[in-house]
Design a protein around this ligand. Structure first.
Ligand code: SAM
Length: 134
């Protein structure tokens, strides 16, 4: 999957849906790939990095994240492991950053420092960060 992402050629239903639902964004940021499919413009693609990461290890990236997507990933873990993974992500998520989970997932049954913003979207709880600083 990481190798496919590095190539970055998008085909099929997902890209057709993007094209029809957000035609302005599609026209602004996508171009036809050589052969079949579409690619993100090179000036955007050159800013992207793809690599493997085990969610049970701390994130070592130097910058904090605006967005962390764990869609359809947490569902495979026990509640205890979901807590572990989310606690490792929390320090690297910006105060105004967002954590996005999948439609079949929920954080209501586990103890985390995240608060819901809207369905499937969470921010870290500012008071939990303040507690850590104190
Ligand atoms: C059902 S797929 C979901 C993929 C994608 N997020 C989506 O919604 O299409 C679950 C993904 O979780 C990944 N995964 C499982 N355990 C992981 C771990 N410990 N660290 C990182 N990724 C993990 C798997 O490799 C797989 O790609």
């Amino acid at each position: 999957m990481v190798e496919i992402c590095k190539v970055g050629v998008y085909k099929g239903r997902a890209i057709e849906s993007f094209k029809s639902s957000k035609p302005d964004l599609f026209a602004k940021y996508m171009k036809a790939a050589n052969g079949d499919g579409f690619q993100v413009l090179p000036e955007i693609k050159s800013r992207l990095k793809f690599h493997e990461h085990n969610l049970f290890r701390p994130l070592s990236h130097k910058d904090d994240f605006d967005l962390v997507l764990v869609r359809n990933v947490l569902i495979y873990f026990t509640g205890e492991d979901q807590e572990k993974v989310l606690k490792l992500i929390e320090p690297k998520l910006k105060e105004d950053g967002a954590l996005i989970i999948g439609e079949s997932e929920s954080l209501t049954h586990i103890n985390t420092g995240y608060q819901p913003v809207q369905p499937l979207i969470y921010r870290k709880n500012p008071t939990s960060s303040e507690k850590k600083v104190a």
